[in-house]
Write a protein that binds this ligand. Structure first.
Ligand code: GLC
Length: 728
């Protein structure tokens, strides 16, 4: 449909029809079920309003969507097709690693391919929009939703944002693409205390410099929707925040897409305390620029009347509705409300072999080897695989809803597929302790007898094996939304199992499943090798076997810092020096830090080992001075000094040691992955240009300032391999 036709349609619509387009229904209203991602039973719409709604969330199934599309369009005076939206966060039916793990690949290419596969499956199932990428910068591992983010760095998150939007959207009219939705705008990843939905207090400079870049990258890549966040940003809820939604998102970033609220976030402005009632919440939201009210009764209950009373100009409604109609038009829905989806074909797309292969490769590349004292890769040894994750299918993320979880490959299956002799398996313990509950309630409580029996069997196997692979971790339902924790450990039962196994066999490799950086100091001390596998998804078991037996070499680098202890959190690499800097591994009186712990994390951002060693030459600069408009080439020679091939992520960090405001001790400004054979060397160069040096100065101008700059290039954010130049 042409833009003129869209304008004509808009002119022809009644106010009720327009408001209907701004209402999003939860699945339960149309189907009585569907995927539940928030409080249920809260919708108070009339049948007519349900009939007018412009979109729905939480429904899967091509046949079901086709039927509902027909049913709902028939109720609409202008038969406007609905948008079907869903959280496709790390894969649809083929589940990929959680986004925090995807960040550890430092591979935008892998991220793009993962999202492209997810889009193909979701579109084949009839969906039009995914509520992804989540781009909230995260620094506090207590917050359950860190698993959904690419990580703690603005540059890495921006690169992943661009790649993910490309992967989902491509050409929106092609039937294997869906519209992407950046979220949660903005700053949701910094709630006080790591408590989900809590207040976020950030200076304007910090918001602009650290938290907004990834969202902006998604906007520049053409992301079609943006979702408002639940939190208050400096005491203003995002869904009523004109500065955020109009000044920043639309004017500064140039976003022209659809703004959708998070789940019931519009009417939550009442409990937040900035709306006296839902009517006022509706007014605040439409004035701030929220186009679609997700599952709250605000727009349905009050928007038409607010317009008729003259309190809200109909122009605001028209602008919102035109953006929604434009999105539907760009998806081709007016030409074909079913987007040529043939339910009979859907099954052929879901879990396609090439998608599974991609998921396997991506999972292996997302694993981070944090420790290895010569015990990996596993050779031809007697290996006991012990722990509650040995044969556990729940190794996909908290935002994964596979219809066929039985397709998930467990570690045991992955190991057995290798066909190697001498493998034994024992569950050893439960994932959760007795009496502990996840956000969905109690896991069936273990019986002591059963736990004892599993422990005894495990210890027997451990004592009679050369190596032990402990398969441990946090339960996926302790992560994700509403998954904030005041501890960062795994269950007591698992720790007891690890300690007892260590007494009978010191040759331990620990494989750790988690949705966040955990406090793993004791686990690391008790293990000769520690491999973080996050929540690896459908092909997790195969990928773990590939890496542990050396068929794939670990290459992941941490996208989020691992603390020494909970007490250090939030802890992140791009911190400030302070006026009394403490050497990272030392404690000195009257200097920045704690009395009882050093400042250095256990494993820093950007860190990750391989099965080989990479040697770096000194940093070479082709000039020591640069004027704006010029560039400096910084290079190193990286050598594979080991005897197996490997992939290294070479990272470029800059530091501005003296500026009109303090600057982080390091800022990631580039990375390149290089694959090197044993003995092979490669020169890796980065171009340093003046825009990379810009920041919000003391006057809040986004500028660079002349002076000395430090350059660091290495395999982790704590590299000291550096050089200096001067910007004149
Ligand atoms: C949830 C989440 C958001 C998700 C939405 C729809 O509450 O905050 O990330 O996209 O509701 O499911």
């Amino acid at each position: 449909m042409t833009q003129e036709k869209l304008n004509e349609l808009l002119r022809d619509m009644s106010l009720e029809e327009k408001v209907g387009q701004m209402i999003q229904l939860p699945a339960e209203v149309l189907t009585g079920g569907g995927l539940v991602t928030g409080p249920t039973g809260t919708t108070q719409l009339t049948d007519e309003q349900v009939g007018m709604a412009g979109s729905v969330l939480g429904i899967k199934g091509a046949e079901k969507i086709r039927k509902l599309q027909k049913q709902q369009m028939a109720k609409q005076p202008h038969h406007i097709p609905l948008l079907f939206m869903l959280d496709v966060i790390n894969g649809f039916e083929t589940i990929f690693p959680i986004p925090l793990a995807l960040g550890c690949t430092f591979s935008p290419k892998m991220a793009e391919e993962a999202c492209s596969a997810a889009a193909a499956e979701a579109a084949a199932d009839g969906l039009h929009v995914t509520f992804s990428p989540m781009l909230d910068l995260v620094r506090d591992a207590r917050w359950g939703r860190v698993m959904e983010s690419p990580g703690e760095d603005p540059y890495l998150n921006s690169e992943m944002a661009r790649a993910m939007v490309r992967g989902y959207q491509g050409d929106l009219r092609s039937k294997d693409k869906v519209a992407a939705c950046l979220k949660h705008f903005a700053g949701y990843g910094a709630p006080e205390g790591g408590r989900d939905y809590d207040n976020v207090e950030l200076s304007e400079r910090t918001i602009l410099e650290d938290y907004l870049p990834a969202y902006e990258a998604a906007v520049k890549e053409g992301c079609r929707l943006a979702m408002t966040s639940f939190n208050t940003l400096n005491r203003v809820p995002s869904s009523g925040n004109k500065w955020l939604l109009r000044k920043i998102l639309r004017e500064k970033m140039g976003f022209e897409g659809v703004v959708i609220s998070d789940y019931s976030a519009v009417e939550e402005m009442v409990p937040h305390g900035i709306a006296a009632d839902v009517r006022e919440a509706a007014k605040l939201a439409v004035e701030a620029g929220v186009d679609i009210d997700m599952v709250s009764n605000a727009y349905a209950g009050h928007l038409a009347e607010l317009v008729r009373s003259g309190e809200v100009p109909e122009k605001l409604v028209d602008e919102a509705v035109l953006r929604i109609l434009t999105l539907k038009n760009d998806l081709g829905l007016f030409e074909d409300p079913f987007r040529a989806v043939d339910p009979a074909e859907t099954e052929k797309v879901l879990l396609r072999a090439d998608f599974r292969q991609k998921a396997r490769e991506t999972a292996a590349a997302s694993f981070v080897l944090l420790k290895n004292e010569g015990i990996l890769p596993l050779g031809k040894k007697l290996v006991a695989w012990i722990g509650p994750y040995v044969d556990n299918r729940e190794i996909y993320g908290a935002w994964s809803f596979p219809e066929r979880p039985e397709e998930t490959v467990t570690i045991k299956q992955g190991v057995e597929a290798k066909g190697l002799p001498g493998m034994s398996f024992a569950r050893g313990s439960y994932v959760m302790d007795k009496g502990r509950a996840t956000k969905f309630g109690r896991i069936p409580n273990p019986s002591d007898e059963q736990a004892d029996a599993w422990m005894e069997e495990a210890l027997k196997l451990a004592a009679s094996s050369d190596r032990v692979v402990m398969c441990l971790g946090e339960h996926k339902d302790l992560t994700g939304e509403a998954g904030s924790r005041t501890s960062l450990g795994i269950s007591k039962g698992q720790m007891e199992l690890l300690r007892k196994v260590r007494q009978v066999n010191p040759n331990i490799v620990t494989v750790l499943f988690c949705g966040r950086p955990l406090a793993v100091k004791e686990i690391a001390e008790l293990s000769k090798a520690l491999l973080v596998v996050w929540m690896p998804g459908t092909e997790g078991g195969n990928a773990i076997a590939d890496v542990l037996f050396g068929d794939r070499v670990p290459q992941g680098k941490l996208s989020m810092t691992f603390p020494r202890s909970l007490g250090q959190v939030p802890v992140y690499y791009n911190h400030f020096a302070t006026g009394r800097p403490n050497p990272p591994h030392e404690i000195h009186l009257f200097r920045n830090g704690y009395m009882d712990e050093v400042n250095a994390p256990l494993y820093p951002f950007g860190f990750g080992l391989s099965y080989t060693e990479f040697a770096y030459s000194e940093v070479k600069l082709d000039r020591r001075q640069m004027a704006p408009g010029e560039r400096i080439t910084a290079s190193v020679t990286v050598t594979n000094a080991g005897d197996v091939s490997g992939v290294e992520t070479v990272q470029l960090y800059l530091r501005d040691p003296s500026a009109s405001v303090v600057r982080p001790v390091r800022s990631l400004k580039g990375f390149q992955k290089v694959s090197l054979a044993p003995g092979e060397s490669r020169e890796v160069s980065f171009s340093i240009e003046e825009p990379m040096l810009r920041f919000y100065d003391i006057e809040m101008n986004y500028v660079s300032e002349p002076g000395r700059f430090e350059v660091y290039i290495g395999g982790s954010s704590d590299t000291e391999n550096g050089a200096e130049f001067v910007l004149v």
